[in-house]
Design a protein around this ligand. Structure first.
Ligand code: CA
Length: 412
């Protein structure tokens, strides 16, 4: 392989933050929150880098770069944000710039914040294997997919207020549960689960009444981040008919702090799956490569510190593409805003070891997972830490998503 990019910044072997990545996030450093990127173990403070000639002519100001969210930065549009990333690739790849280390801060000296102010969050249900598994467990194995599933990307409106950044502890939720042959009871959820999902952040707003064309939808996607849609299966099971997910879902969701841009992911684009039956015209994309090859991992860290990788999956296991999701979401004229979060829905591959939830991995608790410390898991236990990871590799081109991590604490 030829085109390995090198930098004067040291990039440890296996780092997620290579010269091919340059994601965006928000970091608290000393008394300010800054728009940042990352290379190796160094945080790049864009407001400080802006004091050099790196971003000359792009019109970046401290108003945008010293901020508690990326929203204003993203709203500058890809006409600015794409060159910002390209200039950083060039700047950090040019040896003579190595005197300009004032823009760099070791990653362990900052706290990463939620990268965007999320006003609206929508969760889809776009992995065929996941929808099939759920339909098989709870309904009819012969008709696992509901009649609409192959015709439209099924989704629901989620809750934005309880989305937290990786590293935030989660309390086990309380709520109503319905034992099999008894009246409902109130208490802590007994069946606390995670959901392995990929989120995308909207980079461009629309007006009420407008729709996003499936062939232009990528213009509206700023980038991707890992997303754990924590789920209380016992609360969910009792409440969800007829209107869908509510308190079993909205108590917490965890987002990774780095937004990986679509431009960084371009080398990892892959063919989309055949869709049969044929979809309606507004969901037909002229580009047949609308999916991405992103390897995904789920770890449970038990209280003794052991890390158990319980699932290995891939973002390619989606039936509906992000562009189809966005086209469908706006086809009725629903407007979208910069910073809106769209999640893929649980991503499950075809093999049991690639399922994206404990519900599926333990098959409703009938196949407990063995941990290194000798204990078993049917669902997540108090003091467990759940971590999602993602990485892309193609020849020498490599990048990762950083951790999407949360520890489960007992109910408050
Ligand atoms: Ca979900």
């Amino acid at each position: 392989m030829t085109d390995t990019k090198h930098s004067w910044v040291e990039i440890p072997e296996g780092s997620d933050f290579t010269m091919y990545n340059f994601p965006f996030g928000i970091a608290q450093y000393q008394e300010h929150a800054y728009v940042v990127s990352r290379l190796g173990d160094q945080i790049i403070i864009l407001a400080h880098l802006n004091k050099t000639s790196c971003f000359e002519g792009l019109g970046l100001s401290d108003d945008v770069l010293i901020s508690r969210s990326l929203n204003d930065f993203i709203a500058l549009g890809k006409g600015i944000t794409v060159p910002v990333r390209e200039r950083m690739i060039s700047y950090f790849g040019t040896a003579s710039n190595d005197q300009s280390s004032e823009c760099l801060v070791p990653a362990n000296e900052v706290s990463m914040l939620l990268p965007v102010e999320i006003k609206d969050y929508t969760d889809f249900y776009s992995s065929r294997q996941h929808a099939t598994n759920i339909g098989t467990m709870f309904r009819d194995p012969a008709n696992a997919l509901l009649p609409n599933w192959l015709h439209l990307p099924v989704g629901y409106h989620g809750r934005a207020s309880s989305i937290v950044v990786s590293g935030t502890d989660i309390h086990r939720p309380k709520g109503q549960q319905k034992p099999a042959d008894a009246p409902p009871v109130f208490g802590s959820s007994k069946l606390l689960d995670f959901e392995l999902e990929m989120g995308f952040i909207v980079g461009k707003a629309t007006e009420l009444g407008d729709s996003v064309d499936v062939n232009k939808a990528e213009d509206y996607i700023f980038g991707l981040a890992l997303f754990n849609d924590w789920s209380a299966r016992d609360i969910q099971k009792w409440e969800y008919v007829p209107l869908g997910p509510f308190l079993g879902k909205n108590f917490a969701s965890t987002l990774s702090p780095w937004i990986i841009t679509l431009e960084a992911l371009e080398p990892f684009r892959i063919p989309s799956p055949m869709q049969e039956p044929e979809v309606l015209d507004y969901l037909k994309s002229s580009n047949t490569n609308m999916h991405y090859d992103i390897e995904l991992y789920v770890d449970i860290e038990t209280p003794n510190g052991d890390v158990n990788t319980i699932s290995t999956s891939n973002f390619q296991y989606m039936y509906w593409s992000m562009c189809q999701q966005l086209a469908h979401h706006t086809v009725n004229g629903c407007n979208i805003n910069v910073g809106d979060l769209y999640a893929s829905g649980t991503i499950s591959g075809n093999e049991p070891g690639s399922y994206g939830s404990m519900l599926e991995l333990s098959w409703r608790g009938t196949k407990p997972l063995k941990m290194k410390d000798g204990t078993e898991r049917k669902f997540i236990q108090d003091e467990d830490t759940l971590c999602l990871r993602g990485k892309c590799e193609k020849g020498n081109i490599r990048l990762g998503f950083g951790d999407c991590k949360g520890k489960l604490l007992p109910a408050k």
